[in-house]
Ligand binder design. Structure first.
Ligand SMILES: Nc1ncnc2c1ncn2[C@@H]1O[C@H](COP(=O)(O)OP(=O)(O)OP(=O)(O)O)[C@@H](O)[C@H]1O
Length: 119
């Protein structure tokens, strides 16, 4: 297959992973013996700690600082099916602005870039 100027890349903004401060005591007490199963960027990812309607939440640890975090992987198919993309984008934008000791801090939202080649 030849790739030329008639091809373009379309990034899908829905493959999102959210990294927040972890609100579970076990995240902090288990910090010294984490069962790390994989890696996403600078985060070492461990076991699943919760599941919601649209996402699975896993224990993770910032490999540079050692800080435990909650890594939330959104289920793209469910998000699309329930037309929740706009609401999730809005939630991310709002959470980034909130810095309060009693509110979970959203550290970052990573877009997992995949591409579809359009001819
Ligand atoms: N920052 C966090 N720290 C620790 N545990 C978390 C964190 N975020 C989510 N969880 C756990 O993961 C579960 C699923 O979270 P999620 O945000 O996907 O859904 P939910 O808020 O419980 O419900 P819904 O899907 O209806 O919004 C939570 O119930 C909680 O147990």
């Amino acid at each position: 297959m030849m790739f030329g100027p008639s091809f373009m890349f379309k990034f899908d903004p829905l493959d999102v992973i959210k990294i927040s401060s972890c609100a579970r005591m076990e995240c902090w007490t288990g910090m010294n013996q984490p069962k790390i199963k994989g890696r996403v960027g600078k985060y070492q990812v461990g076991r699943t700690i919760g599941e919601g309607t649209f996402a699975k939440v896993k224990f993770a640890r910032n490999s540079k600082t050692g800080e435990p975090v909650a890594l939330k992987i959104l289920d793209k198919d469910k998000v699309l099916k329930h037309k929740m993309a706009e609401q999730i984008k809005q939630e991310i934008a709002t959470m980034k602005l909130i810095k309060h000791p009693n509110v979970i801090r959203l550290h970052e939202a990573l877009v997992i870039i995949r591409y579809i080649i359009i001819t």
